[in-house]
Design a protein around this ligand. Structure first.
Ligand code: DAH
Length: 344
């Protein structure tokens, strides 16, 4: 058996020296290590080896097997390398200065600005949350103080689903869940996509984005609301922006306000962006109605808070100089590409 082992080892050396490519190597491997290969065949005779030689022969066979396996691996690597070199030598020289077709995507202006707004609020200690796109009637309306018979229901044309749920018409729909999760002391920002059954025109979309925020604690004031909104606007426009509040009406806030920002482009003198008024209507807001707090399990005698619902698409349009909201959902690559850097 010892002779047979030595002989096989020499045979393998001779055969392997003639291998030129990976196919030949595979044939060689099967010839020696395959089911009917020479080494496998040799091993079937192992049981005929006298007991006192079994240990020695076992070791020799194992060594042979290992060495053949190692050599096959090494040969494979060598042949692979050879194949690559061959390909390279066949390839034509190419000009590395030729322009490359870089069809790299870019972020949507809405995504870029949302990240900025989120970063600003996160830096002020806000938790950033997500809302559902399908909501229960309870969360979307009832929990924010809009019962069935409330006229405010008519302010929002709603997409109702067959099961009685809705495509959320406002990010406020997440208020109840968020206050239950984080209240009664919390600062939370929750951006989201909203839907309304609207006729679409330059300033109305059926699918649009809002960024909602709530702050609940003891002794929260309108001054706190103004402070946070000013910080956000200063961060977004990278300059000092004035804000003013006008009275508004929303069922979930009392008192309710419309927050205007001094026009970031003309500084309040009047220009085409602000319709010569010097102000831009930006963000409905107010002090959270005690009913909303109560429905979220927050003690409205002890805690109060403010909420705001930024019409985010409008901010994106102002920031990027777009005058038609429809551009934002149209997927017009040529147009969107321009904002890759501009909006930063
Ligand atoms: N949810 C309101 C809407 O879509 C916007 C809004 C107004 C949100 C006042 C608020 C708020 O949180 O306090 O029309």
């Amino acid at each position: 058996m010892k002779d047979k082992i030595n002989q096989l080892s020499q045979e393998f050396e001779a055969d392997s020296s003639k291998i030129n490519d990976l196919n030949e190597l595979e044939t060689l491997r099967l010839n020696y290590m395959g089911k009917k290969g020479k080494v496998t065949e040799l091993m079937t005779h192992f049981r005929e080896v006298p007991a006192e030689l079994k240990k020695e022969m076992g070791m020799l066979i194992n060594n042979l097997k290992n060495s053949i396996e190692e050599k096959i691996v090494a040969l494979k690597e060598k042949l692979n390398q050879k194949a690559v070199e061959l390909e390279i030598s066949k390839a034509k020289a190419f000009d590395i200065t030729l322009p490359v077709d870089t069809k790299v995507g870019s972020l949507h202006p809405r995504t870029i600005l949302q990240k900025q707004v989120v970063d600003i609020f996160a830096s002020m200690g806000f938790i950033i949350e997500d809302g559902n796109e399908i909501e229960t009637e309870y969360n979307n309306f009832i929990a924010v103080n809009v019962p069935d018979t409330h006229p405010a229901r008519d302010m929002q044309d709603t997409f109702w689903l067959d099961n009685g749920e809705v495509l959320k018409t406002q990010t406020s729909a997440a208020q109840n869940r968020i206050l239950r999760t984080y209240g009664p002391k919390c600062k939370v920002l929750f951006p989201g996509r909203c839907f309304r059954n609207e006729a679409i025109d330059a300033s109305h979309e059926n699918t649009f984005f809002q960024i909602e925020g709530v702050v609940v604690d003891e002794n929260v004031s309108v001054a706190n609301l103004i402070y946070f909104m000013k910080r956000m606007l200063n961060g977004v426009f990278k300059k000092d922006i004035n804000v003013r509040l006008r009275p508004g009406y929303f069922p979930f806030t009392e008192p309710s306000f419309e927050l205007d920002a001094s026009c970031p482009f003309c500084g309040g003198k009047g220009c085409s962006t602000c319709g010569n008024s010097g102000w831009i209507e930006l963000c409905p807001c107010g002090m959270i109605h005690p009913n909303v707090l109560k429905m979220a399990g927050v003690d409205s005698e002890k805690y109060n808070g403010f909420a705001f619902g930024l019409g985010f698409d409008r901010l994106v349009m102002i920031k990027s100089g777009l005058d038609d909201i429809r551009h934002l959902n149209a997927g017009e690559i040529k147009l969107l590409k321009q904002f890759k850097t501009k909006i930063n």
